[in-house]
Ligand binder design. Structure first.
Ligand SMILES: [Zn+2]
Length: 277
């Protein structure tokens, strides 16, 4: 039975807030231009809420993609969204579902007193930057066009982080064991994995490369190009992508003042749903 003919359909969830995304949709031509000023956000349904509690789905990024599909149906393909837009939508969905306040239990670093604090989601939403398009990186007669990292990269970034922690831990362990050969080997293996992921993240942030007589969008061809150019130009592309995706400092930092001893603590939250609860 479709929603139109179901006599209960008028009771179905409705958008509770409307938001704009940081990039204004400029890197996502597939999004309908007419909704960009007021993107409707629905509250979570029961399935969404349960999925957000499944750690496996959270870690592989599928939970966020499915959540946006369900609660922001006007976005045709959440996978293609820029990371920063998805992060804002995630907060907006929490707002639409639970209201503007997030409760946070904080322990004072000074006197260890525990207390519940309110975080106003509006404050975080207001701190998001406007992301403008950037000039392409020029290399000989080529123009390399880039965009902020997309949702798919979010998971890859998280994996790189996990990998880097793993390197550090295993290096520590091996150093304690005193086996230098093993340590060097471990490091080389892990380092290679991390650099491969960093490069693939960079490739996925290139939308197209303009040559004097063609436009290349094929990811495999772009990958071969990246693997065969001097490292200096890679660094330039990398820096430009980093600048594009940089969030303002303090975006998710809040100060909690202890009621007991008046000590102020600055606490920074992760926007990634894996950690942000
Ligand atoms: Zn205190």
């Amino acid at each position: 039975m479709s929603a139109e003919t179901n006599p209960l359909s008028k009771y179905f969830r409705k958008p509770t807030i409307y938001v704009q995304i940081p990039t204004g949709g400029r890197f996502n031509p597939e999004i309908d231009k007419t909704i960009l000023d007021e993107i409707p956000v629905l509250p979570m349904n029961a399935i969404d809420e349960i999925s957000m509690q499944n750690p496996d789905e959270l870690l592989n990024g599928e939970a966020l993609i499915n959540l946006i599909k369900s609660c922001v149906p006007s976005i045709p393909n959440p996978r293609e969204l820029c990371n920063i837009d998805a992060e804002l939508l995630y907060l907006a969905i929490k707002y639409a579902t639970y209201g503007k306040n997030i409760q946070h239990l904080h322990t004072c670093t000074e006197c260890k007193e525990q207390a519940e604090y309110n975080i106003d989601i509006n404050k975080i939403l207001d701190r998001f930057p406007d992301i403008q398009a950037v000039d392409p990186v020029e290399y000989e007669d080529l123009k390399i066009h880039i965009h902020p990292p997309k949702v798919e990269s979010l998971t890859r970034l998280a994996l790189i982080d996990v990998e880097q922690h793993r390197i550090l831990n295993s290096m520590k362990e091996t150093a304690e064991g005193g086996d230098e050969m093993e340590m060097a080997k471990q490091f080389a293996i892990s380092f290679r994995k991390v650099s491969t992921q960093t490069i693939s993240l960079l490739i996925s942030s290139i939308s197209q490369i303009e040559t004097p007589d063609a436009i290349v969008t094929n990811e495999k061809e772009i990958g071969e190009f990246i693997n065969n150019i001097p490292t200096g130009i890679i660094k330039e592309i990398d820096e430009k992508i980093a600048k594009l995706s940089k969030k303002p400092e303090g975006l998710t930092t809040f100060e909690f003042i202890c009621e007991k001893c008046q000590h102020p603590d600055a606490v920074t939250f992760e926007l990634n749903p894996v950690n942000f609860s």
